[in-house]
Design a protein. Structure first.
Length: 280
């Protein structure tokens, strides 16, 4: 990937189902729940996966009980594994490599997720002092994605993630430090990294510059909340209500996180994200 072409990088770090062998529909297991209509073992193709690797109910996933599929993001790992790691050789016509391919895919997904966050950090002006380190980490991670299947399976991903997470945390602190602090009675006291805010009543809350990394915001009321310049990496927004909320300038948030929430056309999102169809 060429770091000088951010649009190109951004596109490569998004799912391109046309160039993938339906890996998320095969490799991953899921259990019957509110997100999936039935149990499926890892390595078993979903019954809705067609011979051309397209989903037979793609336009009606939510209505058919597959909400979980609409909030999954491979960050472009599917097409990388399909077209680069396995050189366009699919698992149906090459069954001997299927099991290995299904094991490589979730590892590649983790690497591509890191690439996505590093790329975003590289485009945050306030993180300029860290750009050299961020670029080096991006290039190191990209190098790992181009290894052989065996080498990818042998990677110590947690160790590499620790290095990347440290850089992303320093980036977050640098960016959020630019947010002017104002004592506001609408700013909750116990808000921070990993906070349990399931079902919390946060309508109109001032969350500017907050660190909400890994926060549990499931079914929380965030209507009209001010969430500008917040760190939202890994925050769980399932069924949270973001109607009218302002997320302008928030960072490390993915389209999948937004897709898992509720909202409306008045919700303000970072420029790289779009209003989901089910909000309209």
């Amino acid at each position: 990937m060429q770091l000088t072409n951010n649009d190109s990088i951004h596109n490569q770090l998004r799912a391109d189902c046309e160039n993938c062998f339906g890996l998320c529909c095969v490799a991953l297991p899921y259990a019957k729940s509110a997100d999936f209509a039935f149990d499926k073992d890892g390595g078993t193709p979903c019954s809705n996966l067609q011979s051309d690797y397209r989903c037979g109910i793609h336009e009606n996933l939510r209505a058919k009980g597959y909400k979980g599929c609409t909030v999954y993001e491979c960050f472009g790992a599917g097409q990388k594994v399909s077209q680069l790691t396995y050189d366009g050789n699919d698992w149906r016509n090459n069954p001997a490599s299927a099991k290995e391919m299904f094991e490589v895919f979730p590892i590649m997904q983790q690497l591509h997720e890191m690439l996505c966050y590093l790329n975003e950090a590289l485009n945050l002006e306030d993180a300029q002092p860290l750009h050299r380190e961020l670029q080096a980490a991006f290039e190191d991670t990209e190098y790992l994605t181009k290894q052989s299947p065996k080498s990818i399976m042998d990677l110590n991903v947690p160790a590499h993630r620790t290095i990347v997470n440290d850089l992303l945390l320093r980036t977050s602190e640098m960016v959020r430090a630019k947010v002017p602090f104002k004592k506001n009675k609408k700013k909750p006291n116990k808000i921070g990294r990993g906070s349990d805010l399931i079902g919390a009543k946060l309508r109109g809350a001032d969350l500017r510059g907050a660190n909400l990394r890994g926060a549990l915001l499931i079914a929380s009321d965030l209507r009209e909340a001010d969430m500008r310049v917040t760190d939202l990496i890994g925050a769980d927004f399932r069924d949270a209500d973001l109607s009218g909320a302002d997320l302008t300038g928030s960072f490390f948030i993915t389209q999948a996180q937004i897709n898992s929430a509720k909202g409306d056309t008045k919700t303000k999102l970072p420029h790289s994200l779009s209003i989901p169809d089910h909000w309209r």
